[in-house]
Design a protein around this ligand. Structure first.
Ligand code: CDP
Ligand code: CDP
Length: 194
C-alpha cells in the first residue's frame, strides 16, 4: 500500500519546502498541486478547457512563480469545474509507490482524505510575506497585501476552501528554521509508519 503525506496551508507557509524535503528523505514522489492551478491561470482563455487539457509541459512554464500567477491561480481555483478536472490526476499521483507527498490547499480535506499523514503548515502573514518577498526580490508590503487577498479568497470559496482537516497536525513555522520544521515533520511521519 502506498503511503501518502498531505500538506496544506496558506500561501508561502513553507509547504513546498517541507514537502520536497520529506519526499527526498523518504524516497517518495512529490507533487506541488499549486502548480496545476498556476498553469491553468497562466494558459488563459476558458479555464475549464485549460484544466481539462492540462499537460505536463504546461507545468514547466517559467512564469508560474510570480505574484500575478498566484493571483490568477486563486481566481481559477474557485471554479468548481476546474477543481473537478484536476482531481483524478492528483489522486493517481498520490498512489505512487512507495509513497507520495502532495502539497496544496485541499489535499487532506478533499484529494486524499485517507492520507496517513496530514500536516497543516502555517506561519504569521508577516513572516510569510517577508519570506516570499526575499524569494522573489519583491516589495514586502505589496507581497503581504497579495497574500492576504489570496488567503481570504481561498478560505472563503464554496468548493474545497482552505482549512485544516480535522485530523491534521498543525505546524506553525513562524519561529522555526526550515531544519527544525522538517525535523518535526519527519518525526511525525515516522511515528505513524513512514
Ligand atoms: O510552498 P509554500 O508557498 O507554502 O512555501 P515555500 O515556497 O516552501 O516557502 C516560502 C519561502 O519561505 C521559501 O523561500 C522558503 O525557503 C522559506 N521558508 C523559511 O524561511 N522557513 C521555513 N520554516 C519554511 C520556509
Ligand atoms: O506557493 P503558494 O502557497 O503561494 O501558492 P500555490 O500553492 O502555488 O497555490 C496558488 C493558488 O492555487 C492558491 O492561492 C490556491 O488558490 C490554489 N490552490 C488550490 O486551490 N488548491 C490546491 N490544492 C493548490 C493551490
Amino acid at each position: 500500500m502506498p503511503f501518502t503525506i498531505a500538506i496544506d496551508g496558506p500561501a508561502a507557509a513553507g509547504k513546498g519546502t517541507i514537502a520536497r524535503a520529506l519526499a527526498r528523505h523518504f524516497g517518495f514522489a512529490h507533487l506541488d498541486t499549486g502548480l496545476l492551478y498556476r498553469a491553468v491561470g497562466a494558459i488563459g482563455g476558458d479555464p475549464v478547457a485549460a484544466a481539462r487539457g492540462l499537460s505536463p509541459a504546461d507545468l514547466e512554464r517559467d512564469d508560474l512563480r510570480s505574484s500575478e500567477a498566484g493571483q490568477a491561480a486563486s481566481r481559477v481555483a474557485a471554479i468548481p469545474e476546474v477543481r473537478t478536472a484536476l482531481v483524478e490526476f492528483q489522486r493517481r499521483f498520490a498512489r505512487a509507490e512507495p509513497g507520495a507527498v502532495l502539497d496544496g490547499r485541499d489535499i487532506g480535506t478533499v484529494i486524499c482524505p485517507e492520507a496517513e499523514v496530514k500536516l497543516y503548515v502555517t506561519a504569521s502573514d508577516i513572516v510569510r510575506a517577508r519570506r516570499r518577498a526575499l524569494e522573489l526580490a519583491a516589495d514586502e508590503a505589496l507581497i503581504l497585501a497579495e497574500l492576504r487577498e489570496r488567503d481570504a479568497r481561498d478560505a472563503a470559496r464554496d468548493v474545497a476552501p482552505l482549512r485544516p482537516a480535522t485530523d491534521a497536525i498543525l505546524l506553525d513555522t513562524s519561529d522555526l528554521s526550515i531544519e527544525d520544521a522538517l525535523a518535526r515533520a519527519i518525526d511525525y511521519a515516522k511515528a505513524v509508519g513512514a
